[in-house]
Ligand binder design. Structure first.
Ligand code: CA
Length: 160
């Protein structure tokens, strides 16, 4: 019984060490891994009600690029078609990413640009030089009638 207790105690003491980025387990993704220059190859909002209704920024002639610092702060620009003026508009963007887990970041934009660049939880996946982003609940005015529709958002960023 005493030996069992000792074994359990040893396991309990060893547990907090699990998952540490000490080289013995799988490498954990840190903000330093995300740091660098990125450009979007896909930046899409899909209607929740009707997945055939989509808006994809790059196909629409737009663009988005950011440079992320190791501390998570980022700056860049987004180019999007402005239906009000009938031409492409480029605006600067900036903010901070905070890593919450190995699959989630919080995006905090210095200036929010609804509906594509809004504060909130962003799921991410970093594979090689490709960073995939996903936001579960957002909204987008797909038909330009001033009413926002529920949407999911996905982006693919490629390291430059
Ligand atoms: Ca609408």
């Amino acid at each position: 019984m005493k030996r069992l207790l000792l074994t359990l105690l040893t396991i309990a003491l060893a547990l907090p060490a699990c998952g540490d980025d000490d080289g013995s387990g799988p490498d954990l993704i840190t903000m330093e891994d995300v740091a660098g220059a990125w450009a979007a190859t896909m930046f899409r909002a899909v209607s929740l009600d009707d997945p055939s209704v989509q808006f994809e920024l790059i196909a629409a002639g737009g663009a988005m690029s950011v440079v992320v610092q190791p501390n998570g702060s980022f700056s860049g620009s987004v180019t999007f078609p402005n239906p009000a003026v009938g031409q492409l508009v480029t605006i600067p963007i900036a903010g901070t990413f905070t890593m919450i887990s190995q699959t989630e970041m919080n995006a905090d934009f210095a200036v929010e640009i609804p509906p594509l660049l809004e504060d909130g939880l962003v799921e991410f996946e970093l594979v090689g030089n490709t960073l995939s982003l996903h936001q579960d609940v957002t909204n987008f005015d797909f038909d330009n009638d001033g009413q926002f529709e529920d949407a999911v958002f996905d982006a693919t960023m490629v390291r430059q």
